[in-house]
Design a protein. Sequence first.
Length: 385
Amino acid sequence: MKVLILGIDGYLGWPLALRLGARGHEVIGIDNLSTRTFSEEVGADSAFPLPNPEDRVKEAKKHLGIDINFYVRDVNDYEFLKEVLRRHKPDVVVHFAEQRSAPFSMKDYKHAVYTLENNLSSTVKLVYAIKEVDPTIHILKMGTMGEYGTPNFDIPESPFVEVEIKGKKDKIVFPRWGGSVYHWSKIFDTDLLLYFNSLFGITVTDIMQGPVYGTRTQEIVNESLRTRFDFDETWGTVVNRFCVEAILGLPLTPYGKGGQIRGFISLEDSMEALRLLIEHPPNQGEYRLVHQFAEIYSVRKIAEIVKAAAESLGIETRIQNVENPRVEAEEHYYNPEIKVLPSLGFYPKKNLKDEAKAMIEDLLPYKERLSRFKHVIMPKTKWRR
Ligand SMILES: NC(=O)c1ccc[n+]([C@@H]2O[C@H](COP(=O)([O-])OP(=O)(O)OC[C@H]3O[C@@H](n4cnc5c(N)ncnc54)[C@H](O)[C@@H]3O)[C@@H](O)[C@H]2O)c1
């Protein structure tokens, strides 16, 4: 297949390019390197130094024998996006090219507006570009389990639910509640994709993914192939942040009570799930919603697992709950359904306990580099000032 990855330079985009290339698919990617730039804006950087795009492509060829076509451009350049679709005729476009940090979106009005403009505009432009160039192209769009918030009822793996109000029944979009402007941008993306699917009949896989953790995939066989790894308060997701805290001798810091429950997935399992969804597209004109996670944990439990992993490597650490900078339920019900990925034969091969140890092992050689960014790990961005 021919796959166009928007956001190919990112934490998920790069290993997906390697996975698909290694499977014999033709990979084309676009990225404006904004995560690199914005990470520097908050005084942080990737734990692993990143080669520039040109070198990344060369290293992929050298170690895996794969050819990747990498364009350093903004996907919001509509004419360019259409030109790439025309030139390469992809079967599927994977859309990762969004501002993906909740704290970044909550810094001030400028960051909130940027997040909404960048994320919604790229989704709408992609839909129209596909409609103009070839409406049969499958859009695989990455949303987040965070779109649902934490409702006090089970979360179905379906965009619609039947409701009965005052004796009358109808089908409505399942209610969602974002916990940041970033999460609202993902909710609006989903609404737009549902709308354009019904309007133009475009084929969509809309993935609700839980936070991803990990440093390894089958194809990362050399340091030069590593994907970015963020651990600061703005860009780092919880497991990745805790692993670096342990290495730097900082306490592991669950926000608030730490009873926030989420569905997590390792980088390796996320790549495998994405591969399956790309190789098994929905029917033409279908909108397919997918829940993508492997294990469900509270943040408190994650801190305990990372602490045990660090201790198994001789690193003493402690857990210290800190004031929650976010506005979110700290104890709640959580029960999302998951059936699409298992129906495609997906089963998780990794677990947090083993992966946390592997992550710490991979990060330890970079301890000196990590310690330079110690000051950007503790939460500073507060949802309510
Ligand atoms: N990492 C996770 O835990 C996680 C969990 C759920 C959902 N997601 C979603 O998955 C997607 C990928 O996440 P990630 O962790 O790889 O993030 P990332 O920030 O590492 O990667 C996104 C890439 O998109 C690029 N980008 C952003 N806007 C662009 C634009 N206008 N034009 C071109 N390139 C642009 C960035 O430079 C970056 O390289 C995001 O949409 C994110 O919201 C991630």
